[in-house]
Design a binder for this molecule. Sequence first.
Ligand code: OXD
Ligand code: MN
Length: 601
Amino acid sequence: MNAAVDVFKRNEFQGSSLDALNAWVAEVAALTQPDHIHWCDGSDAENARLTQQMLADGTLLPLNPETHPHSWLHRSSPSDVARVEHLTFVCTPQQEDAGPNNHWMAPAEAHAKMDALFAGCMRGRTLYVIPYCMGPIDSPLSRCGVEITDSPYVVANMRIMTRMGAAALARIGREGTFVKGLHSTGELDPDRRFIMHFPEELTIKSFGSGYGGNALLGKKCHALRIASHQARQEGWLAEHMLIVGIENPQGETHYIAAAFPSACGKTNLAMLIPPEGYRQAGWKVWTIGDDICWMRPGADGRLYAINPEAGFFGVAPGTSDSSNPNALATISHHTIFTNVAVTDDQEPWWEGLDSRTPALDWQGRKYDPANGPAAHPNSRFTVSARQCPSYSAKAEDPQGVPISAIVFGGRRASLVPLVFEARDWTHGVLVGAAMGSETTAAATGAVGVMRRDPMAMKPFCGYNFADYFAHWLSFGQADATLPKTALPKIFHVNWFRKGGDGKFLWPGFGENLRVLEWMIRRVEGKADAVETPIGHLPRAEDINLDGVALSDEAHELLFGFDRAGWQAEFARLGEYLQEFGARTPQALKDEQQRIAARLAG
Ligand code: OXD
Ligand code: MN
């Protein structure tokens, strides 16, 4: 028996339901050859020890303890700052099951490739075993996983982002099933970096990156790619959506789930502060989640949602007291900052925070504007959701919250109006499938290029999009005895429409509540709209615009409908759906053609 396995033996958890876990840890230890094995219990003492160790070796740098108590800065390798979609694979036995929306590799080839990278990679390192639960620990909607990693930074982040440690291990012991995620930072060499998913095996292997979306395996890898596959099999949905509760002055709360691509303002919408007039009238906004939503039909036919995460891994740049005061309050203590700049007095800083000039940039160099932004455009904060002033007590409800409206949206400088409502579920699925957005810094590659991003799941759907669209459509064919109104209404928004001068036409941020209020009134049957081929559009007077100054151009472009532009858009959408061939659901093609014909007529 080699040394690593011997260490493992001494840490072994007893009980036959954990046999599979113990055997897997032993197998990984034999492959990766760590010097030590540590089973994470998630305790404060463990976290304090790891933090001290990372402060001592420079993985974490202290920030100003007076302005940012218990907060640390991590500087990643400069070539490891975002998700790497071109190195992310879905490894199903049949390529068609991964679909044209995923990079694919045959499972045997992928395992061989990854195991060669993992061989001996933890020599001189500690192997951490992280049992975690995605979702409230006692929720039937939650699912567990175990991440094995050699990165203490990953352990510290997973402790914030998931319910990690002893309680999760106990649930795994009871259920006997868990998602296996194996991660090593390797040498952080971009040429030896892969993120592989094996949905049929509920397994993830990630090598060569320490970046959040590549390395915190509970997040994108488990809660979206693997979970979307499980959700399809089990009849639920795993989505790239925020969840927010909107409480009206009568004390009634509607929950809205909204899908926007990465770095398009999900965190801001989830933590929205109502405009002054709304605040005075008694409107309140409650945050459930800012990135991922798992939902499944309840006995009443409504969709009930949980946020599987326990923290926020938010984009720092642009976060300020005016754009998102709740986020700023949330990250004022016990926060890990990654790749932000720092001021003279060791405060974290990023573009858009305030008018100070930082001392050091994200790479630790003396700040020089000639080197580009001070904070990396994809710099992040990791923080517990419980620190958020608007965090909803309902976020911990094991039954989840009932969803009244689903919102799709992207960055669209032209064509797409501020908001419209789908006629019915099938139309709504087409609206989601048609989503497009300009790319952002959350993934490597060119920024600002328009690409199709159905349901904001392009980088995250663990199977063929055609089958995913069919799965979405299947909820519309649910039990005929249930009220037709039980399913959420589906809307599309565009906060990013630009005018002739290239500036945004809609003020966004807190003012978005005006649009959400119109949606809620539509759900309640209390607001008007105009019927058009693309859906129901509000007139400007249907939305409360008191105190919002909009130019004539803004009125026209935000509330108008450009028939010729939409004809061209629908022709392109028809071509896009063809990319999925015969697997594209006929109902979706029919819907596209019906609308295209109406646009032509
Ligand atoms: C994220 C992303 O980190 O979508 O949430 O990239
Ligand atoms: Mn995201």
